[in-house]
Design a protein around this ligand. Sequence first.
Ligand code: SAH
Ligand code: SF4
Ligand code: F3S
Length: 473
Amino acid sequence: MNKPRNEVSEQELRRQKEYCERIAQLLHQKKQGVRPLACTKTYGCQQNEADTELIRGMLQQMGFGFTENPAQSDLTILNTCAIREHAEMRVFGNLGELSHIKRENPDFLLAVCGCMAQQDSVVEKIKKSYPYVDLVFGTHALARFPELLYDKISRGRRVFDISGDEQGVILEGVAPVRKEGVRAWLSIMYGCNNFCSYCIVPYVRGRERSRRFEAILSDFRTLLAQGYKDITLLGQNVNSYDGGEDGPDFPELLEALAAQPGDFRIRFMTSHPKDCSKKLLEVMARCNKVCKCIHLPVQSGSDRVLEAMNRRYTAEHYLSLVEYARSLMPQITFTSDIIVGFPGETEEDFEKTIELIEKVRFHSLFTFIYSRRGGTRAAGMPDPISREEKQRWFDRLLDVQNRISREENAKFAGKTLRVLVDGLSEDPKYPLTARTDGFQLVLLRGSPENIGRWADVKIEKSSTWALFANLEG
Ligand code: SAH
Ligand code: SF4
Ligand code: F3S
């Protein structure tokens, strides 16, 4: 079925571009020719990083330059995350810290957008308790950011906009301003239809919608031409990618991109285990440019908890995927997300998670203590286990995983691995960072002109977090 794609119309794109030009004129007058500066801060996942890159694209059209320092900026935008309470508290904390800039510089503009800003309760709180925030817009209003900012600047009043269809739109035609370097994000789909019972994402990001294959391919070629070499395809559930009637599904998309000429590799995230097909694993195995690593969030090793989470797979199914992937790609690395202390989880359930982790031996894990999100199904479930008990489980999980990571990394000592040197580290003895195909961090001795180059390096030693090698030896 060819789903309607909900792309923002050409006409609307033009309208927003006009607002960018008007803002550029207004600010040029106001600043008497001095280039205005914008500062963007991103909280949350790679989707938000990618959205920030689009926002920076729009800001560039408005004539802004960029600074990392909010106090030096004319406009600071916080692109927020609502996934856990902790993420929201960080944003409110940072908003508090920014109030002094407004006191010192009444012309300073402060905007809040992203997943938190898509929730009524948050918008109400900002309206009442953070009167110095000038503009709030939700994820569904992203494409209208220029118009909303123009409204704020030209009329001077506070602007709040979380309107928009929960189906969500697809914004094409805005050139993102990416971080320099060798790694880039490339969104292929947006939104989520899965409604895992603990998760806020489907409520703040709208329904699944996939970009056109041609648009993705064109962006991909641009990234290669710009020199990016490690490209991560992004979506809340990339396995749901739907290229339309004659278009590719996700494995076909991956294969088509991997067939492009050039010196690059591709990763993707996130993959939902319920939709991770044999076809996908087979494409990974046969395409040299697709990294042999997969982020496959399992969340729990207990079928009872998985069902309550509405994950729609069992631990056994998950293990069968791991086994099949390893039969095709013995070197493949797995990473995962785990939630500890889901409502109603017992110690026995938790032990099943530990069992699963011991069986899979993940390269690394992202571990979270369950955080109640208003409006989700799990928010109404009884949650009798104390925070202290959950913390004990969490610490135990970390101990187990740290041991596994350390043991797995130790297996690489003495081996030669192909890495892409991607940046500077904070370790003076090993000043460069690099990543293997399996996304293992390698700290390197060597000089910065190697950044952006591929190298075969012999691993000297390892720790829980990293491998160590000498680029010149
Ligand atoms: N779409 C991805 C996950 C996106 S959110 C997927 O389904 O795999 C990233 C991770 O945050 C999730 O995998 C989950 O482990 C964690 N998470 C989501 N909601 C949470 C909550 N309410 N409390 C604690 N962790 C949560
Ligand atoms: Fe959240 Fe589940 Fe969707 Fe992932 S698949 S974003 S965990 S609802
Ligand atoms: Fe957070 Fe929104 Fe991503 S809630 S994890 S930034 S989709």
